[in-house]
Write a protein that binds this ligand. Sequence first.
Ligand code: C5P
Ligand code: C5P
Ligand code: ZN
Length: 459
Amino acid sequence: MDLPPEMLERAKKISSVIDKNDEVLVVTHIDADGITSGSIAKISLERSGIDCKIIFVKQLSDSEIEEIADTNRFTWFTDLGSGQLNSIKSAGIDFVITDHHVPSGDSEFQLNPHSFGFDGSYELSGSTTTYIVARILGRGLFAGNIDLSPLSIVGAVGDLQDSKEGMLLGLNRKILEEGVRAGVVKCIRDLRLFGKQTRPLVKMLEYTFDPFLPGISGNEKGAIDFVESLGIGVEDWKRWIDLAEDEKKRIVDGLVKLCIQSRTPFKMIKRLVGETYILSREEEGSELRDAMEFSTLLNATARYGHHEIGLMVCLGDRASAFKKARSLLQNHRKNLSDGLRLVDEIGITELENIQYFDAGDQILDTIVGIVAGMCFSKANREKPIVALAKNEEGIKVSARATQRLVERGVHLAKAIKLASEKTGGKGGGHSIAAGALIPESEVERFLRELDRIIGLQIN
Ligand code: C5P
Ligand code: C5P
Ligand code: ZN
């Protein structure tokens, strides 16, 4: 693979360290990027004759690190670990890390895009970083594990790494191109809405909230009227993939016109059309065919504690685990739309430099960040949005910014890390999306502190 030489050296070193073991403990994150990262690690290890046990964690706190250290196993952290590098080292764990979160330092056992001048929020995900090492582990075997590239693309899309330009960029793009050349992924220009493979057209439009489609989002009759007004019949529940090219074009033109009329920001309109990644080996009309749908299916498993289901789908199950995942997906979609409705009800409070909503125990802490991101389709795009949700350990904070805010200096991971540490919590993430866990009694102080730090970043 065509990588900067220092990065390739690091990946080779990590691969050779892994290869010395007979068994490896893989520790990964509970989202789509984490599941695909963990799966890539597991498949590549087993293909190389190394036993693998995999565990999923919501976040890597000191207590989890202690528990991992107590197993005395060689550990491969995927899609997490970089923010906790020092704790991992001091716990005496024999480790390697393939992660893309803002790192707290560098190590010869860590592959992280940030250490090589790349941006981990859109140039490389946990899964594509892990894939780089898997490629080297698989040298000479299994055509170098190139068949795992589709899974890595699913992880990158799951982390919205293609949302900046409506396409994958940087090193992600190199991995994509490699998969395309190998015939395992296709890259097509298409509408970038969820459900093109699986949902009836009307439902696909009705359930789109990002971007918010005025008169259509959350409005079945509005969606039907819109489709019929373009001379397209809705009786036979056609899906997007069933439409003729000219019908697709009419819909795209109609959506663009509608968004312009309702003053949707130009950047959001532009993102309606872009690249879609197709997993060539999956059946047409299946959730697994489209990277966006596949990643949402995975989020619907591990974020609800059913990581084994998502993992089995990634490992190839197309029977009972896949069926279970599809029903979890229905539940996930419903939770997201209920979450958005709740935010409409409780409202978003604006401070000077940030805005927030407190979901209490009404939105699960593991999906509140997704809801926060979706709120941008309606909320003020000039301030980062901060969501609070109660969990068993305290208050989970999820923050999201826009690309424009990042360009103006906002770095959520840095701000959240500082504000949470000052109030007895811990956090991290990326410039555009970050999270933390803080004590319940400190919420007000945390918000004030975060508001202040974001103000400094913008100025
Ligand atoms: O922990 P991890 O890095 O996998 O999560 C990244 C998070 O950042 C995801 O929840 C993803 O949805 C979010 N993100 C975002 N907007 C972007 C890029 C990433 O909300 N433009
Ligand atoms: O949970 P959420 O989707 O809001 O996470 C956004 C980003 O912040 C992810 O990359 C996640 O790994 C990171 N995060 C973190 N520490 C936490 C919670 C989230 O680093 N306690
Ligand atoms: Zn990730």
